[in-house]
Design a protein around this ligand. Structure first.
Ligand code: ADP
Ligand code: ASP
Ligand code: MG
Length: 407
């Protein structure tokens, strides 16, 4: 007998019919002799609607109250699934984050899980009750409701799997696995049987929203395998696990994109110690995650230009802070582009292979796509481009690296 945590995403619980389908899958897993803890997302589109509502009420709603509103999406779907399971003759019980006691820090909108209590869930399992946990939410030490960032139900599921020492965490979604790139924008994308935590971490951090980054972080740290699969078919999906030798052969394992990026540039800041530290300290104090950073020195004197990217949800805050610091530092100007996209190539095999960057830049150049910023690490290359070329860029890179063919 295994203990399995199953997470069902928004499309899988989009309406009552689909919730019934989920209930049947849960029951089947139980009848195969396993213990199941279920995690659900809000019904498809519901989180967006709730967010819109908050922003209709105010252009700058309190972050604490936004989380109170957003958490209601998962409150509804978890209770509905418990009702349906009971109707089908099974004992089930819904839990909100604060009822399980998923304790997080107090960064509203992107809280991090600190601890998870398991005794209530374990007691239920012992008594034959199926716990249905609302994903995406927790509670801070002071009792405020928090949410874990978009896609956060994945992280709820993996965190529960870790805390419960589950044998497997299954993530049910609207695609049947992790592909070489988003199958919804590139029809030649190929499904991967397995992907290493390391590559999945990189893909998730670079925009492959099939798994939230933090869920992969947890899984990698505690070595919990994740099975990404579809709730609409019986097919095997993709296993995210530790690196195995056959994976090493792939030069590039995937192409990702992220259209929700913004670029900010401080022009002509004094080129002296402490300047970058001052800016990035202020951004970090505001819990803003900075992604790419490029500093270029000027030949016209002791000046530098400092450009960086942030996620678009942080753009307004980041711009405000940048303007303030630019003034303090005596910079000449602050330039920005609120909408840019980032396309990236990810692969463990890149570690030891020259020429990958050239091939990527050439593929983009052949399509006439200009690169605004570049950043590289051992296992990835990212380029910031005009967002209107995102799909073209993804397809061109996918083809350039021969990802559609069987490895
Ligand atoms: P859920 O609501 O089930 O959490 P998400 O929309 O968060 O689903 O994630 C699934 C989506 O991730 C897919 O519909 C697909 O468009 C997107 N996606 C992006 N990159 C990939 C990839 N490499 N493999 C599979 N899906 C991907
Ligand atoms: N409902 C939340 C969202 O839409 C969390 C999730 O689905 O994972 O981002
Ligand atoms: Mg998701």
């Amino acid at each position: 007998m295994a203990l399995i945590v199953q997470k069902y995403g928004g499309t899988s619980v989009a309406n009552l019919e689909r919730l019934k389908n989920v209930a049947r899958r849960v029951i089947k897993t139980r009848e195969q002799g396993n213990d199941v803890v279920v995690v659900v997302s809000a019904m498809a589109g519901h989180t967006d609607q709730l967010l819109q509502l908050a922003y209709q009420a105010s252009s700058r709603p309190s972050e604490r109250e936004v989380d109170v509103i957003l958490a209601t999406g998962e409150q509804i779907s978890s209770a509905l699934l418990a009702i349906i399971l009971r109707d089908m003759g099974f004992r089930a019980k819904s839990y909100l984050g604060h009822q399980v006691r998923i304790i997080t820090d107090n960064v509203f909108g992107k809280a991090r899980i600190k601890t998870v209590e398991t005794w209530r869930l374990l007691k239920d399992l012992k008594e034959g009750i199926i716990p249905v946990v609302a994903g995406f939410q927790g509670v801070d030490e002071e009792g405020n409701i928090t949410t874990l960032g978009r896609g956060g139900s994945d992280t709820t599921a993996v965190a529960l799997a870790v805390a419960l020492r589950a044998d497997m965490c299954e993530i049910y979604t609207d695609v049947d696995g992790v592909y070489t790139t988003d199958p919804n924008i590139c029809e030649k994308a190929r499904k991967l049987k397995r992907i290493s935590y390391e590559e999945m971490l990189e893909m998730a951090s670079l925009g492959a929203k099939v798994l939230q980054f933090r869920s992969v972080e947890f899984a990698a740290k505690y070595k919990i395998p994740i099975h990404v699969r579809s709730s609409f078919t019986e097919e095997e999906g993709t296993i995210v696990c530790e690196e195995v030798s056959e994976m090493e052969k792939a030069l590039v394992s995937g192409i990702t994109y992220d259209r929700n990026q913004s670029r900010i540039e401080l022009v002509k800041v004094p080129d002296k110690p402490g300047v970058a530290a001052r800016l990035f300290e202020a951004l970090s104090d505001a819990s803003i995650i900075v992604d790419m950073i490029i500093q270029t020195s000027s030949y016209e004197g002791p000046y530098a230009n400092l450009a960086f990217t942030v996620s678009r949800s942080d753009f307004n805050k980041a711009l405000e802070i940048s303007k303030k610091i630019a003034q303090e530092l005596g910079a000449q100007d602050v330039l920005y582009e609120e909408h840019v996209a980032k396309v990236s190539i990810v692969g463990l095999g890149m570690r030891s292979q020259p020429g990958v960057a050239f091939k990527a830049f050439k593929a983009l150049a052949d399509e006439g796509i200009n690169i605004k910023m570049i950043s590289t690490s051992e296992i990835k290359i990212s380029c910031v481009i005009d967002p209107k070329y995102t799909e073209l860029a993804v397809r061109a890179l996918h083809e350039a690296f021969g990802l559609e063919k069987e490895a």
